[in-house]
Design a protein around this ligand. Sequence first.
Ligand code: PEP
Length: 252
Amino acid sequence: MSRVPFICGNWKMHMTVPEALALVDDVIARVASMDGVEVGVAPPYTALHAVSKRVAGTKVRLAAQNVHFEPKGAYTGEISVPMLADVGCQYAIVGHSERRQYFGETDAACAQKLAALHAGGLRSIYCIGETLEERDAGKALEVVGRQLLAGLEALEPDAVAEQVIAYEPVWAIGTGRTATPDQAQEVHEFLRAQLTQRYGAEVAGRMRIQYGGSMKPQNAKELLSQGDIDGGLIGGAALKAEDFAAICGAAR
Ligand code: PEP
């Protein structure tokens, strides 16, 4: 089954509003004529509204970096799915390793977020990945398999098919150390097999599984040419429009 690759930039806690607008304008111009690839950006919350106006009518999709699973209420500092929909988000990143590590985000909380996003008409970019200790202990597949199924647990198969999975080995995020194409493909193939076993070949064949972890123009082509790698979640390289656009170009 052919899947349109999806490249999404995770801007993390970077970019004031003017900086975000300059970056997104540059990205829009560089990817405007690229067919065969879906492109998204995930600015910080403070820039979502302004960036949303800029990406309207372009090929760039808007993603949030996190979300709360309740629609509203006394949750100081949190942002809900209806609020993200209100500013034009189509995606939200869930379960990024930085959120798991620094903010105690669990698989169970991710499952609630995925369900809330689906109910609100948004799609998730659900991040999973093993630590270096887990990989060295031979537990990489066991860990990502568990995270994958736990996060999707509350969704029906049709809803599962619409979600994007991001395999991000924790040891490769922001470290400059990338998984080799073979290492990444091994995990992606395993994840698709898990999805096939649980939800059937049709659902698994439709799902996009991104790779994330120090992807840059120099290594993107080789990673993205692997059979089960359907795009990338890009951190550092997404902050330079030229590098980000080069990765988008490599995905086509
Ligand atoms: C990320 O944080 O999702 C990521 C992949 O970061 P980097 O590309 O900087 O490793």
